[in-house]
Design a protein around this ligand. Sequence first.
Ligand SMILES: Nc1ncnc2c1ncn2[C@@H]1O[C@H](COP(=O)(O)OP(=O)(O)OP(=O)(O)O)[C@@H](O)[C@H]1O
Ligand SMILES: [Mg+2]
Length: 495
Amino acid sequence: MNPFAFEARNISQYYGVVRALHHVSIGIRPGEVHAIIGENGAGKSTLMNIFCGKLRPTEGTLFRNEAQIVFHSPFDAQNVGIAIAPQEISLVPDLTVFENILLGAQRTKGIAINWTKTRKDAIDYLHAIDDTIDPESKVKDLSKAQQQLVQISRAAACNAKILILDEPTAALTYRETEKLYSYIRQFRQSGGAIFYISHRLDEVLDLSDRISVLRDGAFITELDPKSTTKEDMVNHMVGRTVTRTARQDRSAVLKSEIVLKVEGLSRPGEFSKISFELHKGEILGVSGLIGAGRTEMAKCLFGLTHKSEGCVELFGKPSDIRSPADAINQGLVYLPEERKQEGLFPLLSITENMAMPNLDRFRGLLHMRTSDMVRDVQAYVQSLKIKIGKQHDRITSLSGGNQQKVIIGRWLMKNSKILIMDEPTRGIDVNAKFEIQRELRRLTELGLSIIFISSEIEEVLDVSDGIMVLHEGVVKGICDTATATPEKLMQLAMS
Ligand SMILES: Nc1ncnc2c1ncn2[C@@H]1O[C@H](COP(=O)(O)OP(=O)(O)OP(=O)(O)O)[C@@H](O)[C@H]1O
Ligand SMILES: [Mg+2]
């Protein structure tokens, strides 16, 4: 199959009365990486679902080399060479990598399948992206990052000439991102084209040949990555000039009482002799490369695992947290990295999803105080700027990033005193990150203390008072945000 040009003209998409896309025209040429950027809920995934045949647009037309085409299903799109690696992992966990790749590709046309060749092809596609993944392993035994790469191989294995990658690097570590980059460059070289969606704007600048901005379902402008800046991109995405929150100075917060004191905390093979203090109203950023032991430390503090050495003091008293229930009772809550697995209830509403684990709060004498529940959820919808239709709509009607914000709201609602957040803003757009940062600041002014784990150095610098850097389970330094620089943090994280 030869490379081809593809174009969408005048696409509109309605979900009931919600207008997700409005007269969007966008195209792609062979050998180009076309990035689509926009805030959470801007319509990126919706547009891509139309391009790959998952969704029939309410209005508008698709063209392949100037000839009109209609997709009735993803198979129609695959037949002409368009395939997607969707935003959410959609592999079958109990099947092997090989079987999953095979499921995506349609090879049953014509005579009987040549299994030997099919098998070799699938493995070739996989190994072009990552040659360390075993095609025979079950998908459920792979890391999130590996699953994401398998999902991309599956799309490529449809003999795709146009690949749609919706947030492909959200779960990737540095090493896998590099692999993916080189695959993308090679794919482009061979005449393939890629629609690339990412909230990581550096990545977009690095990889793409042109950038289209969507806002509120409309096409806003096209930018040239050679001449545009991240600020430009954000301003177009948001529709106004965005100001960052000012950097904090840790000295003020160091005067307030110590709420959590950790001394010599160790768990063999995970982390060793971690010591730090968290003050009331402080946001302590935790930086480091993937595998530095940040999540392991958080899980141990929350009672999901047990320390082998060291002591923890909560609010000035020795504490022995043996389980998450203990931790929550003592005012310490952990928002884990894997939020999807941890509990999104797809059949329930936005309100129910946010309030569900907080039901005790709304228990009246005889029945639930639902109006209080609706009011409290509404407050978080507003303060986190969650883009929703109605509160009683299903959670699945929200864009990926907005679903995440609902879950962040759920944990903020717990009224804890210490909150440990593990990569809370993954997949969340830049402006929404600022909103979340502002909300966290507001909560610290009310006395909440936060441990904020993030791999994005800029974000850690923006949000925290102090920053602890871990490397291979050991604290390499605790810096004051006012004087820290990305270079210094990176150096500590790698040393
Ligand atoms: N199945 C659905 N039912 C109702 N509304 C939907 C549905 N899917 C998406 N929407 C709405 O369409 C709009 C666009 O959503 P879309 O998923 O395309 O956004 P996005 O740009 O991909 O955002 P993100 O960066 O968060 O992934 C949002 O307002 C969303 O709430
Ligand atoms: Mg999306």
